[in-house]
Design a protein around this ligand. Structure first.
Ligand code: GRF
Length: 209
């Protein structure tokens, strides 16, 4: 069994998290289990959903540590206990501490609600992303699952899926139409990972087998 740990942020509603948990349980992601969900606040909606689904949860609150390194060490301690084969960021809105990125090379995935490398980077999250897409005039947008490196949204791209931008779209309608596509794309990326079918060649991730 492959062990998956999901990291969420304080306000995360956890729909990608739930999609991954359910896909593991239904065998759409084979031989895998979400063994823990780690969040920043006990009252986060995502943690409550995880708890209701019977998945163990842990809270590591970055605001409780005077130094970022100390938060990283605490998160590392919890992760080491969970022994993950794969870490999935799902609505984790901060930069992952460097020591964690270094400890789990090519074992951390994130989903971003745009076609990276467009519309990514610090501060680009939630409706701000969709607002920027609409203002740009682009006729397509989408989502990106990528490996996590030490910066925001710059790691090797695993999968992308597109949807059209309609003339009457608002950030809210675009986000709502993209969300189910995010779930499918994240599930597929996790499946390819656990099947051992992702190969990094330079900056490109190739799907083998
Ligand atoms: C998603 O749009 C994801 O792309 C982004 O944060 C949002 C999280 O939504 N990284 P949810 O908590 O999974 O519902």
């Amino acid at each position: 069994m492959k062990r998956i740990v999901i990291l969420v942020s304080g306000p995360s509603r956890g729909s990608n998290m739930r999609a991954i948990i359910e896909a593991c349980r239904e065998g759409r992601i084979p031989d895998s289990e979400v063994v823990a969900v780690i969040g920043a606040r006990e009252d986060a909606p995502a943690l409550q959903h995880a708890h209701a689904l019977g998945v163990p949860t842990a809270v590591v609150n970055p605001n409780e540590f005077p130094e970022p390194d100390m938060y990283g060490d605490a998160l590392m301690w919890v992760l080491q206990k969970a022994q993950p084969d794969l870490i999935c960021l799902a609505g984790y809105m901060r930069l992952l501490p460097k020591q964690i990125v270094q400890a789990y090379p090519l074992q951390i995935l994130n989903i971003h609600p745009a076609l990276l490398p467009l519309f990514g980077g610090k501060g680009m999250y939630g409706l701000k992303v969709h607002q920027a897409v609409i203002e740009s005039g682009m006729k397509v947008t989408g989502c990106t699952v990528h490996f996590v490196d030490e910066q925001y949204d710059t790691g090797p791209i695993v999968l992308q899926r597109c949807i059209p931008v309609m003339d009457d779209d608002t950030p809210e309608t675009l986000a709502a139409r993209l969300l189910p596509v995010e779930h499918e794309t994240y599930i597929e990326a996790v499946r390819l990972f656990v099947e051992g079918r992702l190969r990094l060649e330079g900056k490109r991730v190739k799907v083998v087998g």
